[in-house]
Design a protein around this ligand. Structure first.
Ligand SMILES: [Cu+2]
Length: 167
């Protein structure tokens, strides 16, 4: 029994040592020079701003254009570390949707920046508003994603807006 345990241990150990040796000989020292920055750039290339928030509001439609969701931030230019007002206006055809639960999840693509979900309340004729602050990005990133969720009568719709923030 003891011999068996020793034999198994030796086999397991040699497998580990062998894989370390193979790994060392294959690894050539540098994978990417600045992995974090390279990763950031890659993410930035994958996602580009589709909402020019500095010049005005952004509109997206869902359900074959029947539901229209407007996204806006004020004051402009939109800056990090300052008190902002987030506005979402929901229209179904020509009628304002006044009884929805609207929330925004603010994130940076490819980077964890904490949880930023301003609470929105209906203010008038389909317009929902909430306050929040966008943190400054210590890596110099500008691109943010606002994922807007609209819940109404048990139905949930989500649209995303990619926009840039001035630091
Ligand atoms: Cu960031």
């Amino acid at each position: 029994m003891k011999t068996l345990i020793i034999t198994v241990t030796i086999i397991a150990l040699s497998a580990v040592i062998a894989s370390i040796i193979v790994g060392e000989s294959v690894y050539d020292g540098v994978v990417v020079e600045k992995p974090y920055e390279e990763g950031l750039l890659w993410d930035q290339k994958q996602k580009e701003a589709d909402c020019a928030i500095e010049t005005g509001l952004c509109i997206k439609t869902i359900e074959a254009g029947n539901i229209r969701i407007e996204f806006d931030i004020s004051p402009k230019p939109v800056r990090s570390m300052s008190e902002l007002v987030f506005s979402i206006t929901v229209m179904e055809g020509a009628a304002p949707v006044t009884d929805a639960v609207v929330s925004i999840d603010l994130t940076m693509p490819g980077m964890f920046m904490g949880v930023h979900r301003p609470l929105l309340k209906h203010v008038s004729s389909g317009k929902y508003q909430g306050h929040g602050v966008i943190p400054a990005c210590s890596h110099g990133g500008k691109l943010w994603k606002a994922e807007v969720t609209v819940e109404q009568k048990g139905k949930v719709a989500t649209v995303s807006y990619f926009f840039e923030v001035k630091n």
